[in-house]
Design a protein around this ligand. Structure first.
Ligand code: AMP
Length: 318
């Protein structure tokens, strides 16, 4: 069951007590081109989308770095939700910048530019008094993912999941494989799963990833839904059928945010509950893609999510 009270209560959680869910990832300024429009500066980043989506289910602590150019208005967007930002460091230099383009196939982005900027000097030092129970290593340099894992005591962590993308698979493969071996769950899209395993069949790719370490693997297939490898069981979920997709950026991160937020809220890691978490993730992502950046998520409430979840349930059960 979804514990709605806990979200409100821990808005005021003490700084050194982490929220039940911690995320490290990028907080970015994006440039986005889709067949429907173009924006030069959009608030983005894997950890921004993740934490905004997760915060509908649980308070979340955000570990990330930005430069001195990080706009105040973006900070205010994070402040709209129970997102704890004491580990959002500002350092000298420019914020991480990513520029991408989507063609008529909106399922995958073409990266036009990646400027790592302050990411190159980020050395996160966690000041939490105790370890959180749920941790998400969102898409970022796997060396930074490792620095966070090293600082959190494994026995206290109940569930660790991670994400990555082609940029890191190509540039930091060995480091990435070491991280994958240490997490309980890897969440990635179909293209990334194929690239990581060099296996074109996704069922075999999922099995190969499980052999790399994680007991669970979630392969997102854009408009074609999700494959869940839960230990040695396989499950499939469709995507929410949308008539128009405006900007797919952040769909994967907000999917993961809702999935992890729901798992952290319920504390239940059974297969049945995992499927529900994936359904929430699917519904969250279906809102994200309806506008640029976080704009669509800023307009919705838990009630809008619940309404769409009910429709999704009716559409996908038989
Ligand atoms: P997705 O959910 O996969 O669409 O992720 C979109 C977000 O990923 C964008 O807002 C980007 O800022 C961020 N991003 C792009 N490239 C990278 C990268 N190499 N490392 C971390 N984050 C990235």
């Amino acid at each position: 069951m979804l514990q709605e009270d806990s979200v409100q209560k821990s808005k005021s959680s003490a700084m050194n007590n982490p929220a039940p869910l911690v995320v490290i990832g990028t907080v970015a300024i994006d440039g986005v081109e889709t067949p429907f429009g173009k924006r030069d500066r959009v608030f983005g980043g894997s950890a921004s989308y993740f934490s905004y989506a997760a915060s509908f289910f649980t308070p979340v602590s955000l570990v990330a770095v930005v430069g001195e150019d990080f706009p105040d208005e973006y900070r205010k967007v994070l402040a709209e939700r129970p997102i704890e930002t004491s580990h959002l460091e500002v350092i000298k230099g420019k914020t991480f910048y990513w520029k991408g383009r989507y063609h008529s196939d909106l399922n995958s982005a073409e990266t036009l530019e990646t400027r790592l900027n302050v990411l190159l000097d980020f050395n996160p030092k966690l000041r939490f008094e105790k370890s959180p129970e749920f941790l998400f290593l969102a898409n970022i340099d796997p060396e930074l993912q490792g620095k966070i894992l090293d600082q959190l005591e494994k026995p206290r962590l109940k569930f660790v999941a991670s994400d990555t993308m082609n940029f890191w698979i190509q540039n930091k493969r060995e480091t990435l494989l070491k991280i994958i071996a240490r997490v309980d769950c890897l969440v990635l899209n179909d293209g990334e799963a194929r690239e990581l395993t060099k296996e074109s069949n996704l069922v075999r790719a999922g099995q190969k990833i499980r052999e790399m370490g994680p007991s669970h693997v979630v392969i997102k297939k854009g408009e074609h839904g999700v494959l869940l490898f839960y230990k040695n069981q396989l499950s499939v979920l469709p995507a929410y059928p949308l008539e128009s997709v405006f900007d797919p950026t952040g769909a994967g991160d907000s999917f993961a945010g809702a999935m992890m937020g729901y798992l952290a809220n319920t504390g239940d890691l059974s297969l049945e509950n995992f499927k529900k978490a994936i359904a929430w993730g699917t519904v969250m992502a279906s809102f994200t893609v309806e506008d640029f950046g976080l704009e669509a998520l800023r307009r919705i409430s838990l009630d809008s999510l619940k309404e769409r979840l009910e429709i999704f349930k009716k559409l996908s059960t038989f």
